[in-house]
Design a protein around this ligand. Structure first.
Ligand SMILES: Cc1ncc(C[n+]2csc(CCOP(=O)(O)OP(=O)(O)O)c2C)c(N)n1
Ligand SMILES: [Mg+2]
Length: 398
């Protein structure tokens, strides 16, 4: 029997009855608009939010540094000097502008296409090189594939490339910050592909229910390796899912440095002051191949890639704006690019020559005391190397 009132008292709150049988539409009448501050030509749209010279120039310099770093490391992989690499080309604004809007106390829980956040926080080009060359200077001592950076000092959790596994972790980090009453939030990045994983849904729901201060920053770059977003979801992208989980959300132009900076700043403020999660969908495009193990011209039109590489490049767009303010020039550009290039080439040469970590490091740092099965594996490995020395690198300290 229905109660006679017009509302049903569910445990979660009152719900109105209706005699109209109406299914909720599977698609909204209008797509969620995309927030932007700079137009395609890098000019401020009226009412747009401004930033000062110092931060603008640092954002630009770091985006250009990231782009140069990607080109040089990518070539180093092609020359066979490192085993793997993955670029951030086309997504430099998401990396740098979001990092600029945070503070160092905010914990970053990355996917793998966000090294710019580390760069912004002060990870040096030498540190990037040491990690990619898996040498003694690498904090992780060669135990990870190249580009799986991490830094305890910079509050940047080590990259986990198991897609979306970082999202529930970020909620846990945020919940702990909440429990400790910290003036900080957790920030996690993921791709459009990551949004199809169960972990994405679990994380959003968990964050909403625990009112955890976490920013979910989705880089919707159109592709998950060779899978286009049309094979990924039928919703209006990712932003609309926020409402379903009770998470405030916004869609932002991911190639607009100023829009990202202002949206992430506002989101951080809300996350911490109101103790709530925020979802940001940044619309962008993966201009590079997925990684050095991929050739994207096999599954997407070259014209599409070229359009985003040239006409929609976030760095060129932001440069036009800082130049129009009189904050940047061709001379400053040449000086920056040649300095960064030189610094990178030096860092790579040194990293390549630096000794690898000793063999024993493969077995340490997981358990307080090395368990017997691992000691046994170490013994087997040493015996195998003795029997087949030709199959193991000679420059590897035993
Ligand atoms: C759990 C899991 N499944 C599959 C893979 C293989 N994989 C690596 S990257 C990737 C695509 C991810 O795409 P997206 O989240 O959109 O990030 P993007 O590479 O576009 O930045 C896949 C499927 C993986 N690493 N982990
Ligand atoms: Mg993607």
């Amino acid at each position: 029997m229905w109660p006679s009132s017009q509302f049903l008292d569910f445990p979660g709150g009152k719900v109105a009855f209706t005699s109209e049988m109406r299914f909720i539409s599977e698609s909204p009448k209008e797509r969620i608009p995309c927030y932007r501050v700079l137009d395609d030509d890098g000019q401020l749209i009226e009412g747009g939010i401004n930033v000062g010279k110092e931060i603008a120039v640092k954002m630009y310099s770091d985006m250009a540094t990231l782009q140069t770093m990607d080109t040089i490391f990518y070539d180093a992989q092609r020359q066979g000097r490192i085993s793997f690499y993955l670029t951030t080309i086309g997504e430099e604004a998401i990396n740098i502008a979001s990092a600029a809007a945070l503070t160092i106390d905010d914990f970053v829980v990355p996917q793998y296409r966000e090294p710019g956040v580390l760069l912004w926080r002060g990870f040096t080009l030498e540190q990037f090189a040491n990690q990619c060359f898996s040498n003694r200077g690498d904090d992780c001592r060669g135990r990870q594939m190249p580009i799986h950076y991490g830094s305890k000092k910079l509050n940047y959790l080590t990259v986990a490339s198991t897609i979306a596994s970082q999202l529930p972790h970020a909620v846990g980090v945020a919940y702990s910050l909440k429990m400790d009453g910290k003036d900080a939030c957790a920030v996690t990045y993921f791709g459009d592909g990551g949004s199809s994983e169960g972990d994405f849904h679990a994380a959003l729901n968990f964050a909403a229910v625990t009112e955890a201060p976490v920013l979910f920053i989705c880089r919707n770059n159109g592709w998950a390796i060779s899978t286009p977003t049309s094979d990924q979801f039928r919703s209006d992208g990712i932003v609309v899912r926020g409402e379903a989980y009770g998470v405030r959300s916004i869609r932002v132009d991911g190639n607009d440095t100023l829009a990202l900076y202002s949206a992430v700043r506002a989101a951080r403020e809300m996350a911490i002051c109101e103790q709530r999660p925020i979802l940001i969908e940044a619309m962008t495009y993966r201009v590079g191949h997925h990684s050095t193990s991929d050739d994207s011209t096999k599954y997407r039109p070259v014209d599409e890639i070229e359009l985003w590489r040239s006409a929609r490049d976030p760095i060129t767009r932001f440069r036009k704006w800082i130049e129009s303010n009189g904050w940047w020039s061709s001379e400053a550009e040449s000086e920056l690019r040649s300095n960064v290039r030189k610094q990178l080439l030096d860092a790579i040469q040194v990293a390549e020559r630096t000794e690898k970590p000793p063999l024993v490091d493969m077995f340490t740092d997981v358990y307080d005391a090395v368990p017997s099965n691992l000691s046994e594996q170490e013994k087997w490995l040493r015996e195998t190397i003795k029997i087949h020395p030709q199959d193991y690198p000679s420059d590897f300290p035993l």
